[in-house]
Every structure is written in C-alpha cells, then in structure tokens.
Design a protein around this ligand. Structure first.
Ligand code: SF4
Length: 242
C-alpha cells in the first residue's frame, strides 16, 4: 500500500513525501517541467475507498513542496478543510495571512462569510470541501502567477479527482480561470456553468470581493441557488449570503 501511495503521488507531481521513495533515482530523472505539462496523466492510484489516506499523502506532499517560489514565504501550507465525500467543492485563490498561520483555508473574514453562504444554502460546514488553487500564501495576498498556479495544479487536480464532487464552485476569477471557466469570447465570467473533467463548475465572486462589494451578494446567492438546483435541491426561500 505504501509503495502504491508513493507512486501515485509521484504521478501527480512527485512533490516529495515524508519518507524517501523506494526508487529515488527514478524521481531525480523526471524533469518538473515535463510533469507540469501532464497534470492529468493517468496515475497508479491507491484502492478506491481509501480517500482519506490518498488525501493525507497529497497534503503531506504539499507541506514539503518546493515546486514554486511561494514555498519560501509560507508559514504552513494550506491544503483543505471539509469532507472528502462532499457533493460540493469550493475552490478559492490562495491562502491569506490567517490561513497561512492556521494551515486551514478560509478561516479569516472571507472564510466566515463563506461559511455563512454555505449555511444559507442549507449545507453544513462538514458537508462541503474547501481548497484553493495554490497551497502556499502569495506575498501581500497577490493573485498567484500562471506559473505558480500551474506548478500547484497537480495538487488541485488530485483533490478533485479523489473527492469527485457533483459540483465545483469556483470562487473568484483566478479559480474560474484555472478550472477552465473563462470564455474570452463571452462577456463576464460569473454565473455561467462550465465543466472541469466532466464535473459542472459554477464560477462566482470570491467572498473577499463581497466584503468590499456587499451589493454583489445577491448575484452570488443566485449562483449558489443554481448549484443547489443542479444537485436536485430546492433552494431555501429566504436564504441570505451573510
Ligand atoms: S504553492 Fe503549490 S506548487 Fe508552490 S510551493 Fe506551495 S504547494 Fe508547491
């Protein structure tokens, strides 16, 4: 089992596990740039049903990852919170100060608003899965560069493959872009269904943006209602996003 987990992790990007892999020369011969070009390449996954172990291996790999420059400024890597059996995965941009300190995503004011939005949907905090495009905090909370997001993509791809949600909610333009939701020919990007690896994706505004622009809560609530309908659920009539 341990060997399978290591091989699977290497297939997702080979970020370095807590214990040295049994065939270190094979890892050294792989060029990182080649791995980044094939983030969705078939991998030797551990047996289905062991999702907790698979996510743990991935999180440990992210904690020791040095694939992009963001590792130099991190206090802690920030992998995810929530349930691996969730129907909905929320994907944000990257950790901020509080997330970097605590090692958990969306724990600051934006996270509190996100939790209110989730509660308004009638979902429990433990019934969703929350993660980010990049697992390490960008300096000054800037948007991750394309290279940083690309380097981190195997982690996000692995999370979405393991959790296999019924719907993904992309929080903010960065997440929408890296989940393939942006259509350059279309005006606007929010509120338009897209797909990622066959999973429906609803892009909407990031909670941090809503803190600055509370008048945008209504369209976000409409997007979340669409998510509930996609899941076959009747949206709460008087739901509010915080
Ligand atoms: S942001 Fe992602 S790719 Fe960059 S060092 Fe952190 S875990 Fe690795």
């Amino acid at each position: 089992m341990a060997r399978e987990l290591i091989e699977w992790d290497q297939g997702l990007g080979g970020r370095g596990l807590p214990e040295p892999p049994p065939e270190p020369k094979r890892v050294a011969q792989e060029r990182p740039q080649e791995r980044r070009q094939e983030p969705h390449a078939p991998v030797a996954a551990p047996p289905k049903g062991d999702e907790t172990a698979r996510l743990t291996v991935l999180a440990e790999s992210a904690a020791s990852c040095t694939e992009c420059g963001l590792h130099t400024g991190r206090n802690r890597s920030v992998f995810a919170r929530g349930s691996h059996t969730a129907d909905i995965v929320f994907v944000g941009e990257g950790p901020g100060y509080h997330e970097d300190q605590e090692g958990s995503p969306f724990v600051g004011k934006a996270g509190q608003l996100l939790d209110k939005m989730i509660a308004a949907m009638g979902e429990g905090a433990g019934e969703v899965y929350i993660c980010n495009v990049v697992k390490c905090r960008p300096p000054d909370n800037r948007t991750p560069t394309a290279d940083e997001a690309g380097a981190c993509k195997p982690f996000l791809a692995g999370q979405l493959e393991i959790v296999a949600p019924r719907v993904i909610v992309a929080l903010g333009r960065c997440a929408a872009e890296h989940l393939g939701c942006l259509d350059e020919d279309a005006r606007g990007w929010r509120g338009r269904w897209s797909t990622y690896e066959g999973i429906p994706v609803m892009p909407t505004y990031h909670p941090a943006f809503l803190l600055r622009s509370p008048n945008m809560k209504r369209p976000v609530w409409e997007d979340l209602q669409e998510v509930l309908r996609r899941l076959g659920k009747e949206p709460p009539r008087r739901g509010r996003s915080g």
